[in-house]
Ligand binder design. Structure first.
Ligand code: ADP
Ligand code: MG
Length: 714
């Protein structure tokens, strides 16, 4: 199955978006389709062979519902920008923003002008003493303000599609005209249109400001070719190429500094405004900004594998993992409108059956009010926008959230399980003691380093570093890493085993007891015990604070580790963690997580880890959290949340952002539905008029949108 993403350029009606998604979903050749109104994209999953016919069908459907909307390839959305930028190379980024903004301002100018004109006509019509010119002027004002609504409504009628917002407004206002309320029809249409315009502007603004938070894509790379500097797109740079990054520029690719010295601002990636010193030999990540000098960087991976590309991929796909609240709103919207419309019809006719038809116009007017309120727009826009803003706000803090679903789960999370090594501790061990048994110290270290040369476990890395000599490839073969246990290999046709005491004992080797609280690695060669190495790992500075903040939030921390009980106990005690489980193999960690999920009665369980061996646990937990900087790609892949700054303190932060987002989302639901029902009730009793109904529609939507924006302020 393949996934194609279309960019619906110019999409501005959430209801139409929903309808388009439903229709595309109904296509025989489509397996699944969904729409993301905020990012204006249509996601279609289908069989590769159907791609051509799907594109045609999608275009046909979109043309039917939203003729102004263009269907483009989603990847074009970025290229579009770059195209602009390459024309104005020096002032990348801004130019496009300006032009875009300018265009939009122009579009709005046209609307604003016609709304003012309509307003003037309306005012004049109110002032005129004669009835007929009055009515004509009001009708003109109505058409100038709402001709697009009328056209769209007529189109809907032609297509036999009921219950579109424009159609409802059309019926309500035409009804008002039929009842003789000419000026009311004009005023309501004007009010509605102005509300819609403000709503559009608000959504557009927030879309932009949130996207900016997440927009890390570097515009160009300065590559050195034949001694000359050349500006190329980051995609075209190969591994091993050398690029130059000047002060104030963003690093386009991941690499190692080969000359120059500078301060690097990593805040775009990690959310921390702490400049990091970069000099010859430092690894630097794309997306960071070079603050001072000029540095030359040797590129270590292709753009598509770089930190920035990975992050952008995640953010782009975030909207696919919809929260239950969003799904509920979509389903609710589908029944809400027909129900309210049915109520409108009942309200217009039923009372007359009892009270006589002499007062039919009064009840019809009240029924029309219901039509105005029957659009669930406030919810359909503001709820996804709230989640989008929450995700954007989190990314500003260096927390990548892969979907609204995770925000929802995090808000309810009451237990976080954490891995020890690399998560609560720094994972960069220093050799504490080398205790040989029957051989020399250096020889013990050599055996260990030989075995570990095939691994990138933090333990392995520090042992190899301590050994500090080159290990020619081919020195050892048949390397077997036993996850959570250790590693074995063949050296001169004899076996080296290196790892936990249990691993050696399983192989029939007696180990020396070791009392140290630190992580211990035992080594055997050719079936004989050689001694052990103890390694100290520092606890991250912020771990303790994170545990205490979590407990203040009512969230319990549990430590899961593959290390020995004595080491685990000492770390847990230092951090104030009450529950810990030691000696766990990766599969035991999965079992523990399942047990926690079972015993916590439905509340989501989070797990934070770093290594490759943690990937299955990260995938199994309700909320998988991976360390982004140190963490392995597989762990990041499996995670719902990635902490770019490797800081566990981000976990309580993410929880508070999620809780705030959920609170705002709920506020919006209660507020929007509350006002709508209240106005319906008042309308049915004859207390509220059209004006109030329009407020309950567009006014409420506007307020809800503005409220949603608060989610990004953390
Ligand atoms: P954690 O759960 O704390 O992240 P791991 O599951 O990665 O720890 O490893 C658990 C234990 O297994 C380590 O403490 C170490 O004793 C042993 N171990 C794992 N991999 C290796 C290795 N490559 N070399 C030596 N020992 C290892
Ligand atoms: Mg680990």
């Amino acid at each position: 199955m393949t996934k194609t993403i279309y960019w619906l350029k110019g999409l501005d009606c959430p209801n139409c978006a929903q309808k388009i998604a439903l229709k595309v979903n109904d296509l025989e050749i489509v397996d699944y389709a969904d729409v993301d109104f905020i990012q204006k994209k249509l996601i279609v999953k289908h069989k590769q062979s159907n791609i051509k016919s799907i594109e045609e069908s999608v275009k046909a459907i979109v043309k039917k519902y939203e003729p102004e909307v263009e269907v483009l390839d989603y990847s074009k959305k970025h290229e579009h920008k770059h195209h602009h930028e390459s024309e104005h190379c020096h002032c990348h980024g801004h130019e496009h923003g300006h032009e875009h903004g300018h265009n939009e301002a122009e579009n709005h100018t046209f609307d604003i002008v016609r709304f003012i004109l309509a307003g003037i006509l309306f005012a004049v019509s109110k002032a005129l003493p004669y009835e007929l010119p009055c009515k004509i002027l009001a009708l003109c004002a109505y058409l100038i303000a709402g001709y697009d609504v009328v056209i769209s409504a007529l189109r809907n009628i032609l297509h036999g599609e009921a219950f579109d917002e424009t159609l409802l407004m059309f019926i309500a206002t035409v009804g008002a005209v039929a009842l003789g309320y000419y000026d009311e029809a004009a005023a309501v249409m004007l009010f509605f249109q102005v509300g819609e315009l403000l709503q559009d502007i608000a959504v557009e603004r927030s879309r932009k400001s949130i996207s900016k938070l997440m927009e890390l894509k570097p515009e160009f790379a300065r590559i050195i070719k034949d001694g000359r500097e050349e500006k190329v797109s980051p995609e075209s740079v190969d591994i091993g190429d050398v690029i130059i990054v000047k002060a104030g520029e963003r690093l386009p690719l991941d690499g190692v500094v080969i000359s120059g010295e500078s301060q690097i601002d990593t805040s775009a990636i990690t959310g921390e405004f702490l400049p990091v010193n970069a000099h010859e030999g430092s690894t630097v990540s794309s997306g960071c900004t070079n603050l001072e000098g000029v540095i030359k960087v040797k590129v270590t991976c292709k753009f598509k594998d770089s930190a920035v590309a990975r992050i952008m991929d995640m953010v782009e796909n975030a909207s696919e993992k919809k929260a239950d609240t969003e799904k509920f709103i979509t389903r609710f919207a589908r029944v809400y409108t027909p129900v309210v419309v049915a109520c409108a019809v009942l309200l217009a006719f039923v009372p007359c059956l009892f009270l006589g038809f002499s007062q039919f116009t009064k009840w019809l007017y009240r029924g029309l009010l219901f039509l105005v309120i029957s659009c669930p727009c406030a919810l359909v826009i503001s709820i996804p926008l709230g989640f989008f803003a929450g995700i954007g706000g989190a990314s500003k803090k260096g927390i990548l959230v892969k979907g609204a679903r995770s925000i929802e789960a995090l808000a309810k999370c009451s237990i976080v399980a954490m891995d020890k090594t690399g998560t609560l501790t720094k994972g960069s061990f220093c050799i504490e003691k080398i205790v040989p048994d029957g051989i020399t110290r250096d020889q013990l270290l050599e055996y260990a380093a030989f075995a570990e040369s095939g691994s990138n476990h933090p333990i392995a890395i520090s042992i190899i570093k301590e050994y500090a000599k080159d290990i020619p490839s081919g020195t050892v073969d048949d390397v077997k890493e036993i996850s959570g246990h250790g590693i074995s290999c063949n050296y001169k046709n004899k076996k080296i085993i290196c790892g936990k005491s249990e691993l050696l004992e399983e192989n029939g080797i007696k180990v020396l007891p070791c009392e140290s609280e630190n992580t211990t690695v035992h080594v055997a060669y050719d079936g004989k015990y050689c001694g052990y190495i103890t390694l100290g790992d520092e606890i991250k500075q912020t771990s303790k604070e994170a545990v205490s903040q979590l407990s203040k939030q009512g969230v319990e921390t549990v430590m899961l580790t593959g290390d020995r009980k004595i080491t685990a106990a000492s770390v847990a005690q230092k951090l104030g963690i009450k529950e810990y489980h030691a000696g766990l193999l990766p599969e035991n960690k999965v079992e523990k997580i399942e047990e926690l999920i079972r015993t916590h009665g439905g509340a989501p369980v989070a797990f934070a880890g770093d290594g490759i061996n943690d990937a299955p646990v990260i995938a199994r937990a309700d909320i998988g959290i991976a360390m982004g900087g140190l963490g392995s790609d597989i762990a990041i892949e499996a995670a719902d949340l990635v902490l770019m700054n490797d800081d566990v303190l981000s976990i309580p932060k993410a929880i508070s952002i999620s809780r705030k987002t959920m609170r705002i989302v709920k506020e919006n639901i209660v507020f929007a539905l509350g006002v709508k029902f209240a106005v319906m009730l008042l309308g049915a009793l004859g207390i509220a008029g059209m004006w109030m109904a329009v407020f309950a529609d567009v006014g409420v939507a506007l307020i809800a949108i503005l409220n949603s924006m608060r989610c990004s302020k953390t």
